[in-house]
Design a binder for this molecule. Structure first.
Ligand SMILES: [Zn+2]
Ligand SMILES: [Zn+2]
Length: 388
């Protein structure tokens, strides 16, 4: 059977389901109606499934008599607290919530995979699990919850996930063996000084210039603490202090993110941040508070699984369809949690049209993916399963 032709037959269904989810986005841990739509679709397809796994998660099961191995495919279901500005006819009806990370597409493509596998179930030699996961966007994340709630006992031998990516031409797949995404930690720093009249700074401890010094000094962690070949990012992303021009504030608050790949560096960074905050604030008679939150683990792909995915794509879409040798990226993903115990591969799928360089990025209010790519996810998943 021609898997691409079969995938094109479910393309319209994937687009329709994705638009329905897009219009009704739900935040992390609250994906009730999305899960209901998935359940109804699986019921119509007569695919057995378990719902309520790790919150609103679902696991669909294709069991093959005599199968020795089980392959899983994962799609996440949650949206982001962003107000949509796409102007699309099927834009979010839930004010302040938007599918700006494409998880509506991931869920729809996984339902498309169920439709496709239903058509070729007689050719499968492995068991397949379709993992509809809640709460990717908010630590501790839905992957941990689903694994704890029984997914870890399904005997999954390999797991694959696809994430859409707008900065990539429509239909192109990319991945890499080994470290692909970083560990995304977050922090909040409060510089505590002493407020007063801005015309008499000698009577105050002004936290504003101290905060500026801290921001500058923190950059030396990436440039002077980390080994040059061990990549990391430290971004101070917000900074707030004061209310009016003639008063220096008591405090300045900053938040940001740290991205690392190595466990060693992930541990070193918060200790260095404490040293810097402590030394700089003490030099000025101020003090500080640092809340450092460890996020997801770095996402480490299994080389064998990346090659299986690449070969599955090359077979149906041509050799150039899958670049398995891209550079690591500093994004974070809770798919990393599955890869701690199950070999697998996380793959990006281009949805950026002909001019991906101009496309709006994920997590922005004007993210508009190219729907033309949507049959490719189910086709790749199904072909990985068929070749297993
Ligand atoms: Zn996201
Ligand atoms: Zn995402």
């Amino acid at each position: 059977m021609d898997i691409v032709q079969e995938a094109k037959k479910v393309h319209e269904d994937v687009i329709r389901l994705r638009r329905e989810i897009h219009q009704n986005p739900e935040l992390s841990f609250k994906e009730r109606d999305t899960a209901k739509l998935v359940a109804e679709t699986l019921e119509q397809l007569d695919v057995p499934f378990q719902s309520g796994c790790g919150g609103h998660g679902l696991v669909a099961r294709f069991d093959t008599p005599g199968a020795q191995r089980t392959i899983a495919f994962r799609g996440d279901m949650d949206a982001l607290p962003i107000t949509e500005e796409t102007g699309l006819p099927f834009a979010s009806k839930n004010l302040g919530v938007m599918h700006a990370c494409g998880h509506d597409i991931h869920t729809a493509m996984l339902m498309g995979t169920a439709m496709l596998l239903k058509r070729c179930a007689d050719k499968l030699t492995v068991n397949v699990r379709l993992v509809f996961q809640p709460a990717e966007e908010r630590p501790p994340g839905g992957a941990v919850a689903m694994m704890r709630d029984g997914l870890a006992d399904e005997g999954i031998d390999e797991i694959y996930g696809i994430h859409v990516f707008p900065l990539l031409g429509t239909g192109q797949f990319i991945s890499r063996p080994g470290p692909f995404f970083a560990a995304p930690d977050t922090f909040k720093i409060t510089i505590v000084g002493k407020g007063g009249h801005a015309a008499a700074p000698h009577n105050n401890i002004d936290p504003v210039p101290i905060a500026a010094e801290v921001v500058t000094a923190l950059q030396t962690i990436a440039s002077r603490t980390a080994r040059p070949c061990d990549p990391m990012v430290l971004s101070v992303s917000t900074i707030h202090g004061g209310t009016v021009f003639n008063v220096t504030p008591d405090t300045v608050e900053m938040t940001g993110t740290v991205r690392t790949f190595s466990a060693e560096l992930k541990e070193t960074v918060p200790a260095r941040m404490h040293q810097i905050c402590d030394a700089v604030t003490r030099a000025h008679g101020a003090s500080y508070e640092l809340n450092y939150e460890s996020g997801y683990m770095p996402l480490i792909n299994d080389a064998g699984c990346v090659e299986k995915a690449r070969a599955a794509s090359a077979e149906i879409f041509g050799e150039d369809s899958f670049d398995a040798n891209v550079e690591p990226m500093m994004f974070g993903e809770d798919f990393a949690h599955y890869l701690q115990t199950i070999p697998g591969a996380f793959i990006m799928l281009g949805v950026g049209g002909d001019k991906p360089a101009d496309a709006a990025m994920l997590h922005t209010p004007r993210f508009i993916p190219d729907e033309e790519a949507f049959y490719r996810g189910p086709a790749l998943f199904a072909n990985i399963a068929l070749r297993a």
